[in-house]
Design a protein around this ligand. Structure first.
Ligand SMILES: [Zn+2]
Length: 92
């Protein structure tokens, strides 16, 4: 599906519709010593192939794309997503 690079979205800070730049969201690196990661490492040696318990290995074919929308006026950033899975994401 094709996505525009700019879109008019409601901005909570400006309290009106303004132009937003859309950029694809990329998650940052996780902390290796975070509590959840330590717990995960502790629990992943039980003989289920590196998982807590048996998990069926059917992978979803498509991803839900998420974008970061940046307000042109106040530069506030908001996550923006259609909430739908799609094969390809193109930005014009
Ligand atoms: Zn704004």
């Amino acid at each position: 599906m094709e996505f525009p690079k700019e879109k008019k979205i409601y901005c909570k800070k400006c309290k009106k519709h303004t132009k937003h730049k859309l950029k694809e969201f990329k998650s940052g690196k996780g902390r290796t010593l975070a509590q959840g990661n330590l717990r995960h490492d502790k629990n992943t040696n039980h003989g289920y192939g590196g998982k807590y318990k048996f998990v069926a290995t059917v992978k979803k074919q498509n991803k839900t794309p998420t974008f970061v929308a940046e307000c042109a006026d106040c530069k506030a950033k908001v996550p923006y997503s259609l909430g739908k899975r799609m094969k390809k994401v193109k930005q014009e």
